[in-house]
Ligand binder design. Structure first.
Ligand code: PAF
Length: 282
């Protein structure tokens, strides 16, 4: 496996690959790799001649310094996991300076309102940070395809808008959410959950599944109230938001319309750890 920390080194590697007309698949990550990441990487391996994985805890997308400091960093075990998939993966693990040079700041993006809903409301500036770092990565790596998990469905929609705005030719591929057997969506943040929190966290997906079941027959208000009730006075889990939104613009709805795709989105705190999930409703 080739591991690059320097922008110039990966640029040189990419230049050679491009000269050889190799197709490049890119899987951006913040490390603390889990089976969800591995599924993205496996798909990238199937669909491309070369796969580049980045591990970079991007400072500009965190809106509290505690969250940035506490984000799990497990580079050694990440490298082992990557090697278990393929020795041909190229790993790009730069420092913030390699990406941002002197100024660790983000661009201000207009993602046509996608950035203001849900995660955008609760994590101001988050999608500016995501857009900025991905623009850097796309510029450096010029991948043919890039792979993103649907657990961060809003991020996936934002990234599709980013490539449109920036006229980036990379094809953005959304991949299904990877879950534990008990339904908990895999996330690097799960590594921080204690035993009690791990035991109750599957409630999040059970609630989403019930909403999906009832979506055809119950009103949006009834469903919203029912979800709030499931977390009210819960010992371990605190609901931050639950929304049923249109897939096209991620705006929350009050009433369903015909021929429109909807998804339910949820964010829940288990202690200090923030977990998000979502489900397609129709
Ligand atoms: O989803 C993530 O892990 C991050 O937001 C990403 C896409 C790697 C950008 O830092």
């Amino acid at each position: 496996m080739r591991v690059h920390e320097k922008r110039l080194d990966i640029l040189a590697d990419v230049a050679i690959l491009k000269k050889q007309h190799k197709t490049i698949g890119f899987v951006p990550t913040m490390g603390a790799l889990h089976k969800g990441h591995l599924a993205l990487i496996e798909r990238a391996i199937k669909e491309n001649e070369v796969v580049i994985v980045s591990i970079f805890v991007n400072p500009t997308q965190f809106n509290t310094s505690e969250d940035l400091i506490n984000y799990p960093r497990t580079l050694d075990s990440d490298v082992k996991l990557l090697l278990s998939l393929s020795e041909d993966i190229i790993l790009f693990a730069p420092s913030p300076k390699e990406i941002y040079r002197e100024q660790i700041t983000s661009n201000s993006y207009d993602f046509k309102g996608l950035e203001n809903e849900m995660e955008g409301k609760f994590r101001p500036g988050h999608f500016d940070g995501v857009g900025t770092v991905l623009k850097h990565f796309f510029n450096i790596l010029n991948p043919d395809k890039a792979y993103f998990g649907e657990k961060d469905f809003q991020q996936l929609q934002v990234v599709k808008k980013l490539v449109e705005i920036e006229k980036i030719t990379t094809q953005i591929i959304g991949c299904p959410i990877y879950r534990e057997q008990n339904g908990l969506a895999l996330s690097s943040r799960n590594k921080r959950l204690n035993q009690n929190q791990l035991a109750v966290a599957p409630l999040i997906y059970s609630v989403l599944k019930q909403v999906k079941k009832d979506f055809g027959t119950k009103s949006v208000t009834t469903l919203n109230n029912w979800v709030s009730k499931q977390f009210k006075n819960h010992d371990e889990l605190k609901l931050e938001y639950f929304e049923i939104a249109k897939v096209s613009n991620l705006k929350p709805i009050k009433r369903k319309q015909k021929n429109t795709k909807y998804r339910a989105f949820i964010a829940v705190f288990a202690g200090e750890i923030r977990l998000i999930d979502n489900i397609a409703l129709n």
